[in-house]
Design a protein. Structure first.
Length: 293
């Protein structure tokens, strides 16, 4: 068993040790300045990780004129992305760094930004002014945050400065990790919505069989549709992350970026007289009233 291969220390102690090692190793590294779009919890935390030379752009403010190209970290909700891309000068759009949850690739591809830097965030900022807590798990105590693209190393350096994990991955590896997180958020939010009032932790503890079955269905269908191979013990690893963020509430939201990606495959299949690749997912969406007309 994997637990037998891990050091026999409490997760909290291992996690703190990993964070300390990262922070010590990166303490002397210069963090490149950047533009941060959004001054909420995540945006403010990203600014505090820098060297004081960042430019922060708040909602409604004009994009700044800069003497040199800098990474542009977007710390906003998904529904603001179209406006941000439009407001960014075309010659600066390759410097945009997308840090949102969900399936962003179709949105990026449609705007000629298919190779833009993306970051999978597995840390939480409890409230404005606080520093992030890394989303380590009892199966992956080294952390899960990952980045890919032109400015991936700059983002990793910034997070490492705070002792947070961040792996820099090649596109194929990043895509598999991105789809794993998409499966996590889509499955846990949907099963939680089917049990009103349930937190992520409630889903993991009280509805484990249901969410695991949905995870396996989404993973199998995604592998077939997208040609992606997931690592071993996927359901175990996703449930481990759920335990790390057990207090999170559940709801089906940002539909087009999350569950809507799977619905697209279901509708395409059923529209051509093929079997729905995600029947449990479809049934649950209909049960909670979220299936699109």
């Amino acid at each position: 068993m994997l637990s037998a291969l891990l050091p026999q220390q409490p997760l909290q102690r291992r996690s703190k040790r990993c964070a300390l090692n990262r922070a010590t190793a990166m303490a002397q590294q210069t963090v490149p300045p950047c533009v941060i779009i959004g001054a909420g919890r995540v945006g403010a935390a990203l600014q505090r990780m820098g060297d004081g030379a960042d430019v922060v752009v708040k909602r409604g403010e004009q994009f700044p004129a800069l003497p040199q190209p800098l990474p542009i970290l977007i710390a906003t909700r998904n529904d603001a992305l179209a406006g941000i891309v439009e407001a960014t000068p075309p010659n600066r759009r390759e410097d945009l760094v997308f840090m949102q949850n969900g399936m962003l690739q179709p949105f990026l591809d449609a705007r000629g930004l298919g190779d833009a830097t993306q970051v999978l965030i597995y840390f939480a900022v409890a409230k404005l002014g606080e520093m992030p807590t890394d989303g380590v798990t009892d199966l992956e105590p080294e952390g899960l945050t990952a980045a890919c693209g032109k400015h991936a190393a700059a983002v990793a350096a910034r997070l490492h400065r705070q002792g947070l994990a961040c792996r820099v991955l090649p596109p194929d590896a990043f895509r598999a990790c991105m789809l794993e997180k998409l499966i996590w958020i889509s499955a846990f939010m949907l099963v939680g919505a089917a049990h009103p009032g349930a937190t992520v932790g409630d889903v993991e503890r009280q509805h484990s069989a249901e969410v695991r079955a949905l995870i396996e269905e989404l993973a199998q269908g995604t592998s077939a549709a997208a040609g992606v191979e997931f690592g071993p013990r996927l359901a175990d690893r996703l449930c481990a992350y759920a335990r790390a963020v057990a207090h999170f509430p559940t709801a089906v939201k940002e539909f087009e970026w999350r569950n809507g990606w799977f619905v697209g495959f279901s509708k395409q299949a059923m529209g051509t007289n093929f079997a729905d690749p995600f029947p449990k997912h479809t049934a649950l969406l209909k049960q909670v009233g979220a299936w699109p007309a």
